[in-house]
Design a protein around this ligand. Structure first.
Ligand code: FMN
Length: 180
């Protein structure tokens, strides 16, 4: 796909088929995440790939609004080790590092025809307990991964309508030239 087509075809997918995601595709998208830029090239990101159905169900229960995750074939959890990043102007950059890598991953998945969805609505403590994540590591986000289902569940449809997910601010509302 052309880069602009990858950008335009990405959208948050909340319904998936049962089809498993091939390991070579998972490796490819993780490779795209691995090549992301980061604070002093410290690469603070760590990923957990979950395919075990029982674990996926437990993770879905650590959310309130994202219970639909119980039906997905794969989840990738994106963590950051703050020890391998830094702070500038009061901003902790491990979240930025992980977000950049995560978006590489998500766009790579889109390019392969896989669906994904940024998720931060989860209970970090429960996710860490479930996956045995060490104390100092933070869970920044997670995404389901799988083949989008054409049968969109009612909840997924309503979510898209409520958040007007296709609507974006125009360039003139978000861009200033030479000064604010
Ligand atoms: C940081 C972040 C957190 C998000 N958390 C959730 C979430 O917990 N649950 C969910 O269903 N969507 C979540 N989303 C998806 C957004 O709702 C979605 O990206 C936005 O509405 C635009 O829609 P689109 O992704 O289909 O273009 C999140 C997106 C971002 C970037």
């Amino acid at each position: 796909m052309e880069f602009i087509d990858v950008i335009k075809s990405r959208s948050s997918i909340r319904t998936y088929t049962d089809r498993d995601v091939e390991d070579d595709k998972i490796n490819y998208i993780l490779e795209c995440a691995r090549l992301a830029p980061s604070w002093v090239n410290k690469q603070c990101w760590r990923f957990i790939v979950i395919k075990d159905k029982k674990t996926i169900r437990i993770i879905s229960k650590s959310t309130i609004i994202n219970r639909w995750l119980r039906n997905v074939p794969c989840i990738i959890v994106a963590c950051g080790d703050p020890k391998f990043s830094g702070t500038s102007n009061g901003i902790e950059y491990f979240t930025v590092d992980v977000a950049i890598a995560m978006e590489h991953l998500i766009l790579a998945a889109t390019d392969l025809g896989l669906g994904s969805c940024w998720i931060v609505g989860f209970n970090e403590k429960k996710v860490k307990e479930t996956l045995g994540i060490p104390n100092r590591i933070r869970v920044v986000a997670l995404t389901p991964l799988g083949y989008p289902s054409s049968k969109r569940r009612i909840l997924a449809r309503v979510t898209k309508i409520i958040i007007r997910s296709k609507k974006r601010k125009s360039l003139d509302k978000i861009t200033h030239y030479d000064k604010w």
